[in-house]
Each structure stands twice: as C-alpha cells, then as structure tokens.
Design a protein around this ligand. Structure first.
Ligand SMILES: Nc1ncnc2c1ncn2[C@@H]1O[C@H](COP(=O)(O)OP(=O)(O)OP(=O)(O)O)[C@@H](O)[C@H]1O
Length: 300
C-alpha cells in the first residue's frame, strides 16, 4: 500500500506540490497523470526520499522510504531511466544493483531475459536506445522482488510494441497482488494500463477515481446537422451544452431528454451516445493548454 498524506513541496515562491493525499492499494495500477510541470516528479521524488517534503508524509507499507532497511526489497523505483551509468553494460548495471539488494546469483541474467535485453546484456548502456534504458530501469526496479513499483513516465521512449510489453508486465505484477504507481503526461498512453487515476494540475489533485468511473461520468455526446440550431434547442430546454472540437456537444442529461429537446426544435441528430470520457479529455485539454512546447521537447 502506498499512502500519500497532505504532501507539500515548496521551492522558494513555487508551490510545486500543494497538499496532495491519495492511496494506491495492492492489486491495482494507479496512473499519476498531469501535464509537464504539474508536480508529478516532485511527488515521486518525495515518496522515494530523494527530496524532503516541506510538509506531509508518503509511506510504503506504512513506513517512509528512508526508514526502510532495504528499500529495493519493498518498492522498486524507476525515476530517470536516462540516468543509468553509460559506461556499464546492462548486465553490470543489474549485477551492481543486485549486490546492493542482496539478490541471488543469476538474478541479473534472469531479469535481462524477462525484460527482453538478454541479447544486449554485454553492450554498454550508453549505446542503448531510450526504450532499452526503460526496460533496464524496469529490470532494476523488479530485481529486489518488491511488492510495489513507483515509475516516472515508464512509457517514455517505448515504441507501441514496448508499450504493450510494459502494459502486460505491470498488469501481471498487479494481478499477483503488487501495487503500481506510474506517472504520465499522456492520458492515451496509460488509459489501457491503469485501473485508477490520480490527476494532478499545478500541484493540486483535480480528479481521482476508478478509470471506468472517470470515463463514464461524462454525460451524453450529441451532434446535429445544424450545430447552432441544436445548441439553441438544448439551451431552450434548460440543458447546458458544452461544445466539443468536432461541432458536437456534451450534455449532462439522459439521451431521451436530449432527443426530445432536439425534436421539439425540429433538429436533425447525427449522433447521440454516451460521451466516452470526453469529460476527462476536456479536463486534460484544459490542464495541458499551453504546455505543447514542453511536450515537443519530450518527443525530440
Ligand atoms: N529543484 C527544483 N527547484 C525549483 N523548482 C523546481 C525544482 N524541481 C521542480 N521544480 C518546479 O516544480 C514544479 C513541478 O515540477 P515537476 O518536475 O514535479 O513536474 P512534473 O509534473 O513531473 O513535470 P515533468 O513531466 O515536466 O517533469 C515546476 O514548476 C518545476 O519548475
């Protein structure tokens, strides 16, 4: 169990993380989602004792990371896969990590096999692609056979096949009772992997809950032949339409209410269905507005 309670971090005048609280239960994969600069990395760094909190606490299995005698045996961590020692080979990286953890002999090679790096084990990490470093980072995190994983942007640099591999690995880990907390700045990247979401914007939690609930709780999507006429009809019926980019609207009402409002005004409907998480996407769009430059930097 990962428990974050009133966690806060201030850098001078910047409130990077502002009084956040949430828990991650065993057997679940939680996505920690937010745009660049929202406070994800700072939160994960506080959770893993790399940065002291200004106030609040973060614990894994009831203990702060820095109080764990052999933390890698309790929680596997990957915060910056690119930071691995470039001069070491993949095998050496895992052997060094294994010594710290007291892992059994042969664990490094078994793990290289598990993450698909066996054939690259003797190559220097400096020659690895970002995706290969992510795999190596996961291998280091898993090496101590921990019950929890904390991963900062694990999908970064992975190709679609790599993302699928990561998804299966994490879901398998959670099915065996493990607890996973992973961060991402892309909803689409983690949507198929996580069971729960904690959404953070400007240091504060702005949404939290089961993925299915967050995706479902977004009303009805409706699109008509005459968007302006449909908008006027919905407003006249006392409904409160929110415009979507494709000339459609979301409405917090039943399909029948929307259908009747449109019929009363003679409006032809082209689409009337559950909104598929458009509300969550809208929320994310609002949060990420203005951060495109930072996203481009990540891709480059
Ligand atoms: N060491 C630091 N000194 C001063 N400000 C910092 C420091 N680390 C982070 N910040 C600031 O805290 C805020 C949150 O940054 P953080 O890196 O946690 O966000 P993030 O959600 O992880 O974004 P990214 O995905 O870009 O890393 C930002 O405004 C950032 O500039």
């Amino acid at each position: 169990m990962i428990t974050v309670t009133n966690l806060t971090k201030r850098y001078g005048h910047t409130l990077a993380v502002d009084d956040i609280s949430f828990t991650c239960a065993p057997g679940t994969v939680t996505g920690f989602l937010g745009p660049n600069g929202a406070g994800k990395s700072t939160s994960l760094r506080m959770l893993t004792a790399l940065t002291p909190p200004t106030s609040g606490t973060a614990t894994v299995d009831g203990r702060r990371y820095r109080d764990l005698p052999n933390p890698g045996r309790v929680v596997g961590v990957m915060l910056d896969a690119a930071a691995a020692h470039a001069g070491r080979t993949g095998r050496e990286t895992l052997q060094v990590a294994g010594e710290v953890l007291g892992a059994r002999r042969g664990a490094a090679d078994d793990m290289l096999e598990r993450v698909g790096l066996a054939s690259a084990a003797g190559r220097r990490v400096g020659q690895y692609s970002l995706g290969m470093r992510q795999r190596l980072g996961i291998a280091v995190a898993l090496l101590g056979d921990p019950a929890a994983l904390v991963l900062d942007e694990p999908a970064n640099g992975l190709d679609p096949e790599g993302i699928r591999w990561m998804r299966e690995l994490l879901q398998d880990f959670s099915r065996r009772g493990g607890t996973v907390l992973l961060s991402s700045h892309l909803l689409s990247e983690v949507q198929a992997t996580v069971d729960r979401l904690v959404v953070i914007g400007k240091g504060k939690i702005v949404a939290e809950g089961d993925l299915a609930e967050l995706l479902a709780g977004s009303g009805i999507k409706v699109r008509g032949l005459d968007p302006q006429g449909l908008h006027a009809a919905l407003v006249a019926a006392g409904l409160n339409p929110t415009p979507l980019p494709d000339d459609a609207f979301t409405v917090d009402a039943t399909p029948e209410q929307v259908g009747r409002a449109a019929a009363a005004a003679g409006q032809v409907l082209l689409e009337l269905r559950a909104a598929d998480g458009a509300g969550l996407e809208d929320l994310f769009f609002t949060l990420t507005a203005g951060t495109e430059l930072a996203d481009d930097k990540d891709v480059a």
